[in-house]
Structures are given as C-alpha cells and as structure tokens.
Design a binder for this molecule. Structure first.
Ligand code: MLT
Length: 242
C-alpha cells in the first residue's frame, strides 16, 4: 500500500490548509495524547479538546455539570480551579468513568484543535503505537500527516521518535524514495534510537522538566509501548474510542 506521508514538528508548524482533507495523527507522548488514551480506556465518555482556557465556558453551559470535569495543565501543573491536571496516572476509572472531560493543555490540545479541518483525526502515542499503524493501514488512504505537538513551538524528540516508529513500520523499515525532510528526520531518529525508545524518551527535554516538577512516573508510564489497542478519534469536536 502506498502512503503519501509527512511529519510536522510542532503544534504551530502547520496551517489549516495543510491538514484539509488529510488523515492526521496528532502525537503528544509527554503527555496529552497518553493522558487522552488513558482516560478513554478507563471509561471517560469523551474528551473535548480546548484551544484556549476560556473555551471551557462555551461547553459547560450545555452539559450536565456533574458529568463534566475540567482538566489540563499550564507549565505541566494542574491549572488552579481545574479538577485534574495532565498526569495520565490521575485518570483512573474511579475518577473519570462516565465523565466528559474538557481538556486544555499547552501543546497537545492546541495541535488537535488546529487540525479540525482534517478528514480524520487520530490520537497517537507509544501507548497505542501498533493500533495507530494498523488503523492507518486499514484506512488505505494516502494523505497522512503525523503532527508532533512539540513543546512551546519547539520540536520534542519523543514525539518525533513516535512519528518515526509509525513510518518505519508502515514502510517496512525502508525509507520511501520521495521522503520529505520531516519523514527522513523522524525515520532516521527511530532507525538509530528505536531499540532504546525508553532511554531516548527519558533523556528528552520534557522528561527532565517533568521530573523536576515531580512527574517522573508519568515519563515511565508514557514510554510503555502498546499498553492499549484502541485509537482515539475526534468527531464533531469530541474524542472517543467508541
Ligand atoms: C502539552 O500539551 O503541552 C503537554 O502535554 C504538557 C505536559 O506534559 O503537561
């Protein structure tokens, strides 16, 4: 199967036009996409990603407030007044089952909301790596964009590594002839470091930042490969696995 594929390196590195009618996989290994995956696996009804903090008000008015949690982070920490932050380990079944989550993070939900013109929006991380690859093969659609959320307009190596893993396996470990620069960089990164993904993730800039503020366990958790076999998808502004 042929895939026409490209990689973007941060939440602001692409335009609405770039994603129009494409199949997009948004990747934020540390931590938004890993948290979304975990929340849905533990029974959340759905996640509404917010671009801006003020967007929350637009939704809470229409939803049964008891079934809604406002969650997310600023500088990695829970925002004051929110019920949960962005640590996937907070999103256990007891806390989030049957809840709808309004979710605002610095880069991950920004990348997702900026992708809203895409034909399909999938959520990817190491936690569901094989499931994402299988879903892309199943779609059989050629226009695929892997959007790495990055961090504050910068590249994040753990997101690029995840993009590289997807490409490496979609193309049976052979760099496509017409590979773009983004594809070459992420493929090459995975080729070199894929056998020690955990080590590379642990040494990333964001892993260091997270450990500094007490979220070292999140880094360990988000480095797990294929913990889950579902692929969260966004439809009409809501991400779910149903
Ligand atoms: C983000 O969206 O910027 C990240 O998920 C930040 C974080 O680790 O909390």
């Amino acid at each position: 199967m042929n895939f026409d594929i490209d990689v973007f390196s941060s939440a602001i590195s692409f335009s609405e036009q770039d994603v129009r009618s494409k199949t997009v996989v948004v990747i934020d290994v540390l931590r938004a996409c890993s948290t979304i995956q975990t929340a849905l696996e533990n029974g959340s009804n759905g996640i509404i990603p917010l671009a801006e903090k003020d967007d929350a008000g637009r939704y809470t008015r229409f939803l049964d407030a008891s079934g809604v949690l406002l969650c997310g982070e600023k500088k990695g920490k829970k925002v004051e007044g929110y019920q949960l932050g962005n640590s996937p380990l907070e999103y256990d079944r007891q806390t989030i089952e049957n809840k709808t989550i309004l979710f605002k993070t610095t880069n991950g939900t920004r990348a997702i909301t900026r992708s809203s013109n895409a034909r399909e929006i999938l959520i990817g991380s190491f936690l569901n790596l094989t499931a994402v690859i299988d879903a892309l093969k199943e779609f059989g659609r050629s226009d695929v964009l892997l959007i790495c959320s990055g961090w504050n307009s910068r590249l994040s190596i753990e997101d690029m590594l995840c993009a590289g893993a997807i490409i490496y396996r979609l193309f049976d470990a052979k760099l496509p002839d017409d590979a773009t620069d983004g594809v070459k960089v992420s493929f090459g990164l995975y080729e070199k470091f894929g056998n020690d993904a955990r080590g590379l993730i642990e040494s990333s800039n964001h892993a260091v930042r997270l450990r500094e503020i007490g979220f070292g366990e999140d880094v360990v958790y988000c480095s797990e490969i294929d913990l889950f076999s579902s692929v969260p998808r966004m439809k009409d502004g809501v991400i779910s696995i149903r």
